[in-house]
Unconditional design. Structure first.
Length: 138
């Protein structure tokens, strides 16, 4: 199977597949007499796996580790559970940070809307940065 065919089948671009090869996530495939990459079903499975775990937020380095575990005979679940638990903790921290940011943005928007009703409106966000922080905590 050539790169365009496999790209369509998996839902990736040919550039993404080449990038995964350069990043050593996918072994370099054999080439045809004409120099075209020739992929097999194993490559389709590997690319599907890469796409799946990347969708779960794993980095390329983490994917490389998971691929290493995937290729062991035992395929132990404990290291995968640890990695999933770590990823879930990271997501929870990000969600907490995003909720905090949402609160700050709502406060900033509220301060700006209050100022719009004044004749001599001056945007509180564009004023001294420290003043904005004080206003958003009230």
């Amino acid at each position: 199977m050539q790169i365009g065919t496999i790209a369509k089948k998996i839902g990736l671009t040919a550039d993404a597949i080449r990038f995964y090869e350069r990043s050593s996530l996918l072994p370099s495939p054999p080439r045809s007499a004409g120099g075209f990459r020739q992929y097999g079903e194993g490559d389709v499975e590997t690319l599907g796996f890469i796409r799946n775990v990347q969708g779960l937020g794993f980095t390329l380095r983490e994917i490389k580790e998971l691929l290493g575990l995937r290729h062991t005979r035992l395929q132990p679940c404990a290291p995968v559970c640890r990695r999933l638990d770590q990823k879930l903790s990271q997501v929870r921290r990000k969600l907490h940070d995003l909720h905090k940011l949402e609160h700050e943005l709502r406060a900033a928007l509220g301060n700006c809307k209050k100022e719009l009703h004044k004749l001599s409106a001056r945007c509180p966000l564009l004023r001294k940065p420290n003043r904005f922080k004080q206003e958003s905590t009230n």
